[in-house]
Design a protein around this ligand. Sequence first.
Ligand SMILES: Cc1ncc(COP(=O)(O)O)c(C=O)c1O
Length: 329
Amino acid sequence: MTVHARTIPVLAEKDVVGQLRSLRAKQPVDFWAFYSSQLNGIVTDPSLMVLPFDDHIVHRGHGIFDTAAIVGGKIYDVDAHLDRFIKSAERSKLKLPCSREEMRDIIVQTAAASGRRDGSIRYWLSSGPGSLELTPAKNAEPGFFVMIFGGLTYPERYYTEGVRVMTTTYPIKAPLYAITKATNYLPNVLMQMEAKEKGFDNGVFIDENGNVGESSNMNVAFVTSGGVLLHPKFDHILSGCTSLRLLELARANQQRAGVAGVEVRDITVAEARASREMLQLGSSIKVAPVVQWDDQVIGDGKPGPVSKALLELLEEDMRSSDRLISIPY
Ligand SMILES: Cc1ncc(COP(=O)(O)O)c(C=O)c1O
């Protein structure tokens, strides 16, 4: 006779909703509004922000995503993020659910439904539900999901004292996967976990030629002893929208940024380690100074002037550039 430790209930619809609610009560989240093409609408109750398990984004990782920021009631640089989203979709052989304009409109409407004036937008495209196979199910419709949430936060000390990174022991993604913002973030997750376990804040991927790659969810850049802002080429790492914009801003405002020039090229580890400043750049971290890499101090071990100037340039751009669109609350 089989002895069960506990009899597992078979749930009715109302029990499922009740369980989803108690899960959220145990673990509150800053999720404010969620659009799902599968629900054909927006929900604001986090318990209802769910996907069918058989969607291939869940069990095969066949999906992509991107992020944009809500700043003072406006969305920043959404078109650059949508361009990258569409490129990621093409590389992943994912069908778009609707036109680019419609996706943009869904993003704006979901942001409005959240009522929030500051936060983050993350949106995903999936190959859809219908089977547990590898290739999309017959008649599968792509899923489009938009989440308006509190965003990622980092400790204040990252900016006042600086970030400490280690060279990860995990291999960098092959270029095709690194340039595609797919939901497969296993190497990135493992890199960050490894760094935290070893007492660092984050990791850095190095490619097989010994050149610097990127960090877990941000790019890295350097300031040479001659004052040149150096960024790795984007052929084997994600084309960070923040990096691309900052490279433009630094080129146009060299004096204010405190740089003597801007170069995008392969950077060897030795050259990177000899830099005066090291920076992390990304939508969530914005610009953070890196003061230690493995057992080596970068520059004088304190946050440098270029990181501060670039953060100011970016924050200004996020509040008052032509890259902002209004949210119709
Ligand atoms: C792996 C990786 N590299 C770089 C970035 C920086 O990109 P962005 O500036 O568009 O946030 C991100 C974040 O999206 C990322 O996940």
